[in-house]
Design a protein around this ligand. Structure first.
Ligand code: GLU
Ligand code: ZN
Length: 488
């Protein structure tokens, strides 16, 4: 069997962490089984549409490396699509839904309902008051064909509802096992709205069938819709796909994960310089445990290890500290040239420094970065020496005279050193270490004042790294400033 999965977002805004996880699992599952992965735009809820959301989604999927075989694409700046099962945007498929709902009407699996909004609101509040489940009361189920025809011809507004059959509905969820529900609990769902658009339920079933979807993998919030979908599959006589519903994603306090974009929007994480590889790795492990304690996986490794049977049933905690840790791991493990390409827009005011120097700064600072955006804050001191107090130049076990003596000696030493030494961190280190050894000094007496001189900060990268990243000229000028500060 050719496995076909799909990711069908509604274009209502940004890509949520939870949606990325859904997309990823569908992608991983399809790739693992050499199947097909489809992206589809579910835009039948016309009131919730957000301008530009589809384009933004396509870009984000591309940035995180989620390649799909069929679906909307941007070609030469214009929204277009690829694949033989299109259109992949539901608003472009309206005649298809019309046709399918007609067969349901003919078979008696659906019926017209002319109830007004007022009547339905009234019904609802009566039921609520009586503490009954709120459900459509099937007021229109028995309307005769002639009457329906007349009212339609008169232009009366109507919807089409599913006629829920009696009995029970059973389905198997790949993650949760067998689920059974009494049909009496299920509402006669609207399938076709008065505006001529299908509801999600009709469109999703028709499209998944026509697009050959074999595995429906999505968030747990959709599990309560499955019985209605199963009824539709049965009514149409479509073969049943496999269902897999993913556990909720939770905050550390076990509440449901926030929907605020800044906290959970993938676009925002990318903009702050979280690496796509880290996001993919982290998000995949929300609810999926490969095996053992290993945490770092490439996309290919995730494809190889992914199994629906290893997806957890219970909620997955979104641990931002872990994401931060993981992003740092990826930053530090990345090839320096590649990292520079990713980081080069994050130099802020230090953008004007020569490229060779920015590359060194990145190498020096990368150990302290959580996200690439942190660079912006860290690069300032390479551009301008921060204001600092002379006292900072004195090591806790030394005094002003001692610092002054060493800084003077180092200034002399470095003035005499060939420029080429500054091209190599190891050589710089050798020069300074030799000075310490030959003089029989303590590391702290020399390295503390040197580091503070170069950074103007209480905490910073080490002195050898700073000499390398700042270069001879700037290092000597900062030494002169420190000596001046200590002498007055
Ligand atoms: N359009 C739905 C959503 O926005 C898709 C649900 C499904 O996967 O069936 O999540
Ligand atoms: Zn009605």
């Amino acid at each position: 069997m050719n496995i076909v999965t799909r990711f069908p977002p509604s274009p209502t805004g940004f890509l949520h962490v939870g949606s990325l996880r859904t997309a990823l699992y569908n992608y991983l599952y399809a790739r693992k089984h050499q199947g097909t992965f489809i992206v589809r735009v579910e835009d039948t809820d016309r009131e919730r549409l957000v301008e530009g959301a589809v384009e933004s989604l396509i870009h984000t999927l591309e940035k995180v490396g989620l390649e799909y075989d069929q679906g909307p694409i941007i070609k030469d700046g214009i929204l277009s699509e690829k694949g033989e099962n299109g259109p992949y945007t539901q608003s472009l498929r309206l005649p298809i839904y019309q046709e399918y709902v007609k067969t349901l009407l003919e078979k008696g699996n659906a019926y017209y309902c002319f109830c007004s909004k007022d009547r339905l609101t009234q019904l609802r509040s009566t039921q609520q008051l009586a503490k009954l489940p709120t459900k459509y009361d099937r007021h229109c189920v028995g309307l005769k064909n002639e009457e329906v025809k007349k009212r339609l011809e008169a232009g009366e507004s109507s919807v089409i509802r599913l006629r829920v059959p009696e009995g029970e509905t059973t389905f198997i969820d790949e993650i949760r096992g067998s689920i059974k529900i009494n049909n009496a609990e299920i509402d006669d769902q609207v399938l076709m709205k008065a505006d001529g658009y299908p509801t999600y339920h009709l469109a999703v079933v028709v499209d998944d069938h026509l697009m050959g979807v074999t595995h429906i993998i999505r968030g747990e919030e959709w599990i309560s819709s499955v019985p209605k979908h199963v009824m539709l599959y049965n009514a149409f006589g479509f073969p049943m796909p496999a269902f897999a519903h993913l556990p909720l994603i939770l905050n550390p306090d076990k509440s449901k994960l926030s929907k605020r974009q800044g906290d959970v929007g993938i676009e925002d994480f990318l903009e702050k310089g979280y690496l796509p590889e880290a996001l993919v790795n982290f998000v995949t492990l929300l609810g999926f445990n490969p095996s053992g304690d290993r945490e770092i996986y490439s996309m290919q490794e995730l494809i190889d290890t992914f199994e629906l049977s290893n997806v957890n049933k219970s909620g997955a905690v979104f641990d931002k500290d872990k994401l931060n840790w993981m992003n740092g791991q990826y930053i530090r493990a990345m090839d320096p040239a590649e990292l520079y390409e990713r980081a080069k827009s994050f130099f802020g005011e230090a953008q004007t420094l020569p490229e060779s120097q920015k590359k060194r700064i990145l190498e020096v600072e990368k150990d302290r970065l959580v996200m690439l955006l942190d660079l912006e804050e860290r690069v300032g001191m390479y551009l301008t020496l921060p204001l600092y107090d002379a006292q900072m130049l004195v090591w806790k076990k030394a005094d002003t005279q001692d610092s002054l003596m060493h800084l003077g000696a180092l200034s002399q030493l470095l003035t005499g050193v060939d420029e080429s030494i500054f091209q190599d961190r190891v050589l710089i280190e050798e020069v300074i270490k030799k000075y310490i050894e030959e003089g029989g000094f303590q590391n702290g007496n020399v390295l503390w004042p040197l580091r503070a001189t170069l950074s103007g900060q209480q905490q910073s990268a080490g002195p050898f790294d700073l000499l390398w990243a700042l270069g001879k000229e700037v290092a000597l000028s900062r030494l002169a400033i420190a000596i001046e500060k200590l002498s007055t």
